[in-house]
Design a protein around this ligand. Structure first.
Ligand code: ADP
Length: 227
């Protein structure tokens, strides 16, 4: 570590196809290690909600199930991390989503490195079913599986279908994941950063696997992403 300042918390990134439970698990990891949870999907949903010209551009990509272009993504991530944002540690949720984005992250974090990447693995048919039956709180973003209707148990907001969870958009998101994000999993594996986690089962069961992986792998030295 350079600059003489060790990070205060671990630097973790989480991959997983849409419906893998990545948002839920990232929230738990962030709480456990008291690090910021940086979700590019949430940041873009906030941008869309502001209904600015930029928000309308971003909405077009999201509603189609397409990736937002890399330059916009990098702006949002760099802004959220700030000049020394990596110093507190972080859990990155939904970024990077491609090998070029991972290379951009390596540049952005320089001279910082990454501690661990987790890949939450669920088969596409399970992911599709989860997304078809989940509702999301419009206020706090909490996911409610199984199509339960009513007020959010966390904040009392109204739960609704996410704008990009209709069947055709889900198909597009899953297809893009296989084509663009899945190769990143192997790329991270080659750099000995990746742990694959079985994402099947109840959220608490998956969380126990995530905790075990963090316990085992966060003790070792971080590795430089750029190497
Ligand atoms: P999911 O993983 O279920 O698709 P996210 O909330 O992570 O959900 O992302 C929702 C949408 O936000 C994506 O379909 C894409 O349009 C956009 N997005 C999020 N992160 C990125 C990223 N790193 N690069 C490009 N687009 C992104």
């Amino acid at each position: 570590m350079t600059n003489g300042s060790a990070p205060e918390g671990p630097r973790i990134l989480v991959l997983g196809r849409p419906g893998s439970g990545k948002g839920t698990q990232c929230g738990r990891i962030a709480e456990r290690f008291a690090v910021p949870h940086i979700s590019t999907g949430d940041l873009f949903r906030e941008t869309v909600a502001r209904d600015t010209p930029l928000g309308r551009v971003v909405r077009g990509f999201m509603d189609a199930g397409d990736l937002v272009p890399d330059d916009l993504v990098l702006d949002v991530v760099a802004d959220r991390l700030g000049p020394d944002g990596a110093a507190r540690g972080f859990v990155l949720d939904g970024f990077p989503r491609s090998i070029p984005q991972a290379e951009q992250l390596a540049d952005l974090l320089d001279p910082f490195a990454l501690d661990l990447a987790l890949d939450l693995v669920v088969p596409a048919d399970v992911a599709r079913l989860r997304l078809a039956t989940r509702l999301v709180c419009g206020d706090c973003g909490r996911s409610v599986g199984g199509g339960a209707i009513g007020a959010c148990g966390d904040c009392g907001g109204s739960v609704e279908e996410r704008a990009d969870d209709d069947a055709s958009t889900v198909s597009r998101r899953l297809e893009i994941y296989d084509r663009t994000t899945a190769p990143l999993s192997d790329w991270l594996d080659r750099r000995e950063l990746l742990v694959r986690i079985d994402g099947l089962g109840r959220p608490e069961e998956v969380a126990a696997r995530v905790d075990a992986a963090c316990d085992e792998f966060l003790v070792s030295d971080s590795r430089d992403l750029a190497s």
